[in-house]
Design a binder for this molecule. Structure first.
Ligand code: DQA
Length: 148
């Protein structure tokens, strides 16, 4: 059984570390990638870590995960609040989806309070900083280990 997890990051997350550090912290996306790789190793998972600023590219990657990956961990960035297309792609993947947000979106502007993704996610990590990615991967491992 596959233990490969697509960890997908949406728009502007390539700017992590320099972008609004008071909200998102000083860690870079490379630091997050390294954290995911360490966590994956501890839990015998394989991580495919990706980021795109282009919605169509992200949708293609989600499609390609279907039947190949065990789960998708996604920080959809602003697509969270705008994209039915990302939600539909996640549904089409037929994979367990874990939604991650570095910041607590519910403590921010009201337009960030609604997520198109949460309704198709098995879990949402929100406000844990970059540690949310580690928690999400640990939960994927838990799900796979307890799969009947
Ligand atoms: C984010 C929250 C979103 O509202 C925002 O558009 C992002 C990052 C987060 O990780 O906290 O780009 O997903």
């Amino acid at each position: 059984m596959s233990r490969t997890v697509l960890v997908l990051n949406g728009p502007n997350l390539n700017m992590l570390g320099t972008r609004e550090p008071a909200t998102y912290g000083r860690e870079t996306l490379a630091d997050v990638s390294a954290l995911c790789a360490r966590t994956a190793e501890q839990h015998e998972l394989t991580v495919e870590f990706r980021q795109s600023n282009h919605e169509g590219e992200a949708i293609d990657w989600i499609h390609q995960a279907r039947g190949r990956c065990a789960a998708i961990v996604i920080n959809p960035g602003a697509w969270t609040h705008t994209s039915i297309a990302i939600r539909d792609a996640l549904t089409a993947s037929e994979l367990p989806v874990i939604e991650v947000h570095i910041s607590n979106v519910h403590a921010r502007e009201t337009f960030r309070h609604h997520s198109y993704v949460s309704g198709v996610a098995v879990a949402v990590m929100c406000g844990f900083g970059t540690n949310g990615y580690r928690l999400a991967l640990e939960h994927v491992s838990h799900l796979l280990n307890n799969k009947g």
